[in-house]
Design a binder for this molecule. Structure first.
Ligand SMILES: NC(=O)c1ccc[n+]([C@@H]2O[C@H](COP(=O)([O-])OP(=O)(O)OC[C@H]3O[C@@H](n4cnc5c(N)ncnc54)[C@H](OP(=O)(O)O)[C@@H]3O)[C@@H](O)[C@H]2O)c1
Length: 214
């Protein structure tokens, strides 16, 4: 597959990029800081995978850069987060730009990382996290709810993944992935989320599904 990645310099994005290259895919990643496009352990992508990874320097809020990134892709992976130097709605606004670019380019498959706690998964997180979601984390969860709505209304072949608390641990393969509303948030490594994302990307049965990943 040829995969366009948004968020490739983040924790989950680095793991996804490394795993997708290892699996033989080709990737185009839109990154604000090309020097950060590295393996999860900080090693540069050199040698084997290098020729199958193209980094485009730019911002996800720039429609022209996003259009260049999705051109020719078979699938798109969005793992955007609220990092420095961004407006408070960067995740939803950036995802809207990606969705528009995909429609323009005729690219249909979209896998997006959201979070447990968003929208109708409010009761799948512990009480103390609910408290955070209505206080310190409120702007982020409003942004993520808007992101999910944009994806659901896109008409594309989307899958929304809602992980529990992310860690930087190794991939374990011991993941609980499901659409059931009773799946409660537990921690999961970014490496495991990346592996699930890569797997569901090629699984037609996950289209238009919202899945908890713990
Ligand atoms: N932390 C948790 O426990 C937790 C739990 C559940 C879900 N999640 C969600 O899971 C997702 C992945 O989390 P993570 O910690 O792996 O991500 P992260 O490390 O925060 O990475 C976010 C990525 O988004 C990119 N990005 C942000 N603004 C951008 C822009 N304007 N243009 C282009 N790229 C931009 C960042 O690039 P730069 O390097 O340029 O900033 C980075 O590559 C996030 O949506 C997060 O909210 C997190």
């Amino acid at each position: 597959m040829h995969i366009a990645v948004f968020g490739a310099t983040g924790g989950t994005g680095r793991n996804f990029t490394a795993q997708a290259l290892d699996a033989g895919h080709t990737l185009t990643a839109l990154v604000r800081h090309p020097a950060r496009l590295r393996h999860p352990d900080g090693r540069p992508f050199a040698g084997g995978g290098q020729d199958r990874l193209r980094g485009i320097e730019g911002n996800v809020l720039d429609p022209a850069a996003v259009a260049e990134t999705v051109a020719g892709a078979d699938a798109v992976f969005v793992t955007l987060g609220m990092t420095r130097g961004n407006p408070p709605d960067v995740v939803s606004s950036g995802t809207a730009v990606v969705v528009d670019a995909m429609k323009g380019a005729g690219v249909r498959r979209l896998v997006v990382v959201s979070s447990l706690g968003v929208a109708d998964s409010r009761d799948q997180v512990p009480w103390w996290f609910k408290l955070l979601m209505t206080t310190a984390l409120r702007p982020r969860f409003v942004d993520k709810a808007d992101q999910e709505q944009t994806v659901r209304e896109s008409g594309l072949d989307w899958t929304i993944l809602r992980p529990g608390g992310l860690t930087n641990g190794p991939a374990t393969g011991r993941t609980d992935v499901g659409t059931q509303a009773h799946v409660m948030a537990r921690t999961i490594s970014r490496a495991d989320v990346a592996a699930v994302a890569l797997r569901v990307m090629g699984t037609a049965g996950t289209v238009r599904r919202v899945m908890a990943v713990t």
